[in-house]
Design a protein around this ligand. Structure first.
Ligand code: GA4
Length: 335
């Protein structure tokens, strides 16, 4: 069932109500990766339990790599409609505008969605950019850098959870057959959008959780991104082009037997500013055939597995058979 989008009003949560916060005036945890390893891993586990969401700073991804990727993104979205639509890839991959998935979800967004492996990027580059070699190397650099960051975070989380195998989660996205994706979302500013300005609550990308393991989201300095707390309250995430937002996906919820919850998030369409919002997103996923099940170390403390084992292939098919906002993991619960 679709969760109703009751209120678009958001609440700013102050740091004092979330005691473990390390910094920042607004409520979500900001984790400094340059700090002591065991401290960082404990903070991450707590953030994943409390919010399924946090921001990392001092992450080690070079600014040059991020800037290069942003430039390629802006370059692509500034092309004509015809040029963008000529990106002929297999749906759902490739260029899209307004339509999300196959079941009628829409938003005020344009996007480019690619497989995150170098062969696919190289293949796609040819139809995306005139300077395909440069596009290809820029996207590859970025993807490699955020993949490394995703692995580091997953290894820190494994340590924080006292899982014996430090690579229990990261091995899936390190696998050469990993089904990870890279996506660039472009939310046109109100000046270049056809929609009436008075519609100040337009949705760019509707409420949903990400089906994969972990998401690494970067955005430019334009706001609009929001994350829901466990009680359903929406909180605006202040834009920060220096940090990365980390989002727990459905598979991480399954791996941790529900100890972590995938974070529901959305992007409001740009309605006030004249600048477009652009986000660059890496979705860390396992290979298609990988079996996903709650890890024994976590289940041990909870006595019972909440979810039955399933393959990523099976989960992905289910994901695409449902609507954007559906709670797809519920279908994999042990009754
Ligand atoms: C949400 C996370 C990723 O962007 C994505 C999306 C996918 C798509 O846009 O093709 C989905 C959406 C996402 C979840 C439900 C289904 C599938 C659109 C949709 C309606 C690439 C993904 O893996 O799942």
């Amino acid at each position: 069932p679709h969760r109703s989008d009751q209120s678009i009003k958001t609440k700013m949560v102050v740091a004092s109500s979330v005691p473990h916060l390390s910094s920042g005036a607004v409520g979500f945890p900001i984790i400094d990766l340059s700090l002591d390893r065991s401290h960082v891993s404990n903070l991450m586990v707590k953030a994943c339990e409390d919010f399924g969401f946090f921001k990392v700073i001092n992450h080690g991804v070079p600014k040059l790599v991020i800037d290069g990727m942003e430039k390629e993104g802006l370059n692509f979205f500034s092309k004509t409609d015809l040029e963008k639509r000529s990106v002929g890839l297999l749906k759902p991959l490739g260029y899209g505008s307004k339509n999300i998935g196959f079941n009628g979800d829409t938003g005020d967004v344009e996007y480019l969605l690619l497989h995150a492996n170098s062969q696919s990027i190289s293949q796609a580059s040819k139809s995306i950019s005139k300077n395909s070699a440069q596009f290809c190397s820029t996207v590859n650099y970025y993807t490699q850098a955020v993949k490394k960051l995703a692995c580091e975070i997953l290894e820190l989380i494994a340590e924080g959870l006292w899982v014996h195998d430090k690579y229990a989660f990261s091995r899936y996205i390190r696998d050469i057959d990993s089904d990870s994706l890279i996506r660039i979302n472009y939310y046109p500013s109100c000046t270049d959008s056809a929609a009436p300005v008075h519609q100040s609550h337009r949705i760019g990308f509707g409420e949903h959780s990400d089906p994969q393991i972990l998401t690494i989201l970067h955005s430019n300095e334009v706001g609009g991104f929001q994350v829901a707390l466990h009680d359903g309250t929406w909180v605006a995430v202040p834009p920060d082009s220096m940090g990365f937002n980390i989002i727990v996906g459905d598979l991480m919820q399954a791996f941790t037997n529900g100890r972590f919850k995938s974070a529901r998030h959305r992007a409001l369409a740009n309605t006030t500013g004249s600048k477009s919002r652009m986000s660059i997103i890496y979705f860390g996923a396992p290979p298609m055939h990988a079996l996903v099940y709650p890890i024994p170390e976590v289940v041990k403390h909870m006595h019972q597995s909440l979810y039955r084992p399933f393959t990523w292939d099976e989960f992905k098919k289910t994901t695409y058979s449902l609507r954007l906002g559906d709670q797809r993991l519920d279908l994999f619960k042990v009754l």
